[in-house]
Design a protein around this ligand. Structure first.
Ligand SMILES: Cc1cc2nc3c(=O)[nH]c(=O)nc-3n(C[C@H](O)[C@H](O)[C@H](O)COP(=O)(O)OP(=O)(O)OC[C@H]3O[C@@H](n4cnc5c(N)ncnc54)[C@H](O)[C@@H]3O)c2cc1C
Length: 123
């Protein structure tokens, strides 16, 4: 663009930095969940990963398409394919909404273990 590469523009650097952070977070969540597989904590760890990564993938695919402008939209590529596939990942193997239900139930269980808040602090 204007004789420069996309990565030389600060606005685009920020967009791609967010994509990179999302990717890193997705990897860490999945690695963490895989380590807890078969343990009591495994279900919630998997729900966190399955909730986060497909949303992140959808954001990443949309951002990368936007960064590539018309080329991203019109040229068949891995990015364009991922843009179509990312929403599917929010559905298969348990939808994103149901992962949130699993996470919320674990929060409810955790809340039951907390001491009651003293009345003075409630006022
Ligand atoms: C191509 C494809 C491959 C699949 N592969 C697998 C697989 O390999 N293994 C597997 O186990 N499943 C698989 N599934 C099933 C998938 O994980 C979902 O469980 C299933 O699609 C949900 O049922 P439904 O489509 O009838 O949607 P519905 O159950 O009708 O849900 C519709 C929408 O409402 C939301 N919703 C439903 N209940 C609640 C609730 N209580 N609170 C909030 N939101 C809610 C859902 O998240 C969804 O977005 C696959 C589905 C598809 C389309």
């Amino acid at each position: 663009m204007f004789g420069r590469t996309e990565l030389e523009f600060q606005g685009i650097q920020w967009m791609l930095a967010d994509v990179a952070t999302d990717l890193e977070a997705s990897r860490l969540l999945y690695k963490h969940a895989s380590k807890l597989l078969g343990t009591p904590e495994g279900t919630v760890a998997a729900a966190h990963a399955k909730r986060f990564a497909p949303d992140a993938a959808q954001r990443a695919a949309a951002t990368c398409m936007q960064v590539l402008g018309g080329t991203g939209l019109l040229t068949p590529s891995a990015i364009e394919r991922n843009y179509r596939i990312a929403p599917v990942m929010k559905m298969v193997d348990g939808t994103t909404e149901i992962q949130r239900v699993v996470i919320a139930r674990s929060l409810q269980q955790y809340a039951k273990t907390l001491p009651p808040i003293p009345e003075q602090e409630c006022q």
